[in-house]
Write a protein that binds this ligand. Structure first.
Ligand code: GLU
Length: 578
């Protein structure tokens, strides 16, 4: 399992390494929030300043956090096409000023025809890179249904208004950033899989268009105009689903049956938010089909009995404890989390304080747990799932919006791998989210909870999170992109803010340790954690591997009612005040 896991992770992580340090593109409006400044009013933090600006425009027009979040999601579809978009899905976590939290699940679904051996061709299991391009990996997109539901229930501005900035970016053009260029270079096979992708982003010599090139995407502008004028059902009925079905069923590789009925049947779902407590703070995040909430909350809860504040960020023992707790929570995640509409998921049990107290007792500050396995949380007594390896990638974007009345949205949007399946429909990429299923439905004679089934949603790691202070008021809204490293990034940010008393911006700059439920632990290559390798080895971590992790987080924190933005210093992201 260890070797298999390492092999699965290696390729995507190396690809990410080529595109992390960049000069950010300029947003249309200033000023940009910094770690020092606090602002009254609203704010948007996103992985691209042009998308953050789109959200901020909504706030300035009297829109609320939901309006801003939808406009940001749409703009990211245009300017960060490698990461997320209307051809993918996402999770939306919202609170009002009174702290009432709702979550909406806009995760992609497998077509009705899908089955546990979906990723087997001629009896042979496809490798991850074989499975990504073409039709097999495409789930019915959920972001437009999510946006429609969120807008209907929480939005304020007219629907069409939310599309204006994204349409302008697509119609008038946007510049290729260093990050997009790097992604086009390292993922040319997928980004340039179709003639539409090649025409948009590559020159006649087959090279990506240089940084700074103005790209116009008129097909995307027309798609967005149709959605703005015709409403969200335009995405699920008529010409658009016909085009999606044509692309998926006639894909040059991995053609698969997806029907217009599959697309028409898509529904975004209300899910109960999962919340837990950490040192008097309340942490709410996304439950199944995401593993975000359970992994973040369980890891933090098991750490509560240790004084991380006193240990400090420079202590190898602190990072050892974080890694140990993460190993335990990821082991549970790997075994138990999947779409709870298809399999029983003991999500409440996985964050049950009494259960976690017993799990935490396994953690020793002076020594590594020799081998970690999943526990038996309440509700899991009769479940006998297998323990699959993880193979998630990093084509995702997180953004946070807060308005002046105190509503806040934490929204993670994705097309899964960079440029998704490579298939394009009228200017946008279709996701490859179905590779987030475990492609092998059975291991060692036991079924895998997250196996493919018709109509099911693949398990996610996305962790759009809200943290409320002991006074009940919102303190931090945070999330990240980066596949299975997402909970690890969010955990690190929360510990930075709560235990180490850091501004959120500095907390996002902290290094990341990633301990995905196996004996190997990964530390961020080139970070201060590398100097701790001997100390971590002395604590018993024989397998500490420095790795170029795909890290990209965004956050906003609230300090005495004012806002302070944060965007991952490894990314092109920025926070922009209203
Ligand atoms: N598809 C992944 C998930 O839902 C996210 C990919 C990424 O963040 O890069 O967990």
């Amino acid at each position: 399992m260890k070797t298999r896991f390492a092999a699965l992770l290696l390729a995507p992580l190396l690809a990410a390494a080529c595109s992390t340090t960049n000069t950010p593109p300029a947003a249309a409006s200033a000023p940009v929030a910094t770690s020092a400044a606090v602002y009254p009013g609203g704010m948007v933090s996103a992985a691209d300043p042009r998308a953050a600006d789109a959200g901020t425009q909504m706030l300035r027009q009297g829109g609320n956090a939901t309006d801003a979040a939808i406009a940001t999601m749409l703009a990211l579809s245009v300017v960060e096409p490698q990461s997320s978009g209307i051809g993918g899905g996402g999770f939306f976590v919202e609170t009002d000023a009174a702290g009432h939290v709702v979550t909406i699940d806009g995760r992609e679904t497998a077509p009705a025809a899908a089955h546990p051996h979906w990723f087997f061709k001629d009896g042979k299991l496809l490798s991850f890179p074989e499975a990504v391009p073409g039709g097999t990996s495409v789930g019915v997109p959920g972001n437009m249904a999510l946006a429609a539901k969120a807008h209907k229930e929480h939005g304020k501005l007219p629907w069409a208004t939310l599309f204006a900035p994204a349409i302008k970016l697509a119609r008038d053009g946007f510049e290729i950033t260093p990050r997009l260029y790097g992604m086009l270079k390292t993922n040319a096979k997928v980004a340039g899989f179709t003639s539409e992708g090649r025409a948009l982003f590559y020159g006649t010599d087959g090279e990506p268009l240089p940084v700074g090139t103005l790209v116009k995407n008129p097909a995307m502008a027309t798609t967005l105009e149709a959605l703005a004028a015709g409403g969200p059902r335009t995405f699920y009925e008529g010409a658009n689903p016909r085009a999606i079905v044509a692309r998926v069923t006639n894909a040059p590789v991995n053609p698969e049956p997806m029907t217009e009925a599959d697309i028409a049947a898509y529904a975004a779902k209300d899910r109960a938010p999962l919340c837990g407590t950490y040192r008097g703070y309340k942490v709410c995040s996304m439950g199944p089909p995401s593993s975000g909430a359970t992994t973040v909350i369980a890891t933090l809860k098991m750490l509560e009995r240790f004084d991380l504040g006193a240990l400090g960020k420079d202590s190898p023992v602190a990072w050892h404890l974080i890694a140990e707790s993460m190993r335990l929570s990821y082991a549970d995640r790997n075994r138990y989390t999947a779409d709870s509409d298809f399999v029983p998921v003991p999500a409440e049990g996985m964050i049950d304080p009494a259960y976690l107290a017993k799990r935490s007792a396994l953690i020793d500050p002076g020594k590594t747990i020799s081998s970690v396995t999943a526990g038996t949380p309440p509700g899991a007594e009769k479940l006998a799932w297998a323990d699959p390896a993880m193979a998630e990638e990093h084509g995702t974007s997180h953004f946070v919006t807060i308005d002046r009345t105190g509503n806040a949205v934490s929204y993670t949007s994705t097309i899964e791998s960079p440029f998704g399946s490579g298939l394009m429909v009228d200017g946008y990429f279709l996701n490859n989210e179905l590779t987030d299923f475990d492609m092998n439905p059975e291991l060692d004679g036991r079924q895998v909870a997250n196996r493919v089934e018709g109509g099911k949603r693949p398990r996610s790691s996305m962790s759009p999170t809200l943290v409320f202070g002991p006074d009940g008021k919102l303190r931090l809204a945070v999330g990240a992109a980066g596949g299975a490293t997402i909970p690890a990034q969010v955990i690190r940010a929360i510990i930075g803010v709560i235990d180490w008393n850091m501004p959120a911006q500095d907390a996002l700059g902290l290094p990341v340790i990633f301990a995905p439920g196996i004996d190997t632990i990964f530390i961020e290559q080139g970070s201060s954690l590398e100097a701790m390798i001997p100390a971590l080895r002395a604590l018993g971590h024989d397998q500490v591997v420095p790795r170029a992790l795909p890290l990209k987080a965004n956050a906003i924190e609230v300090i005495d009612g004012a806002l302070r933005g944060a965007a991952d210093p490894r990314s092109e992201g920025q926070a922009i005040p209203e």
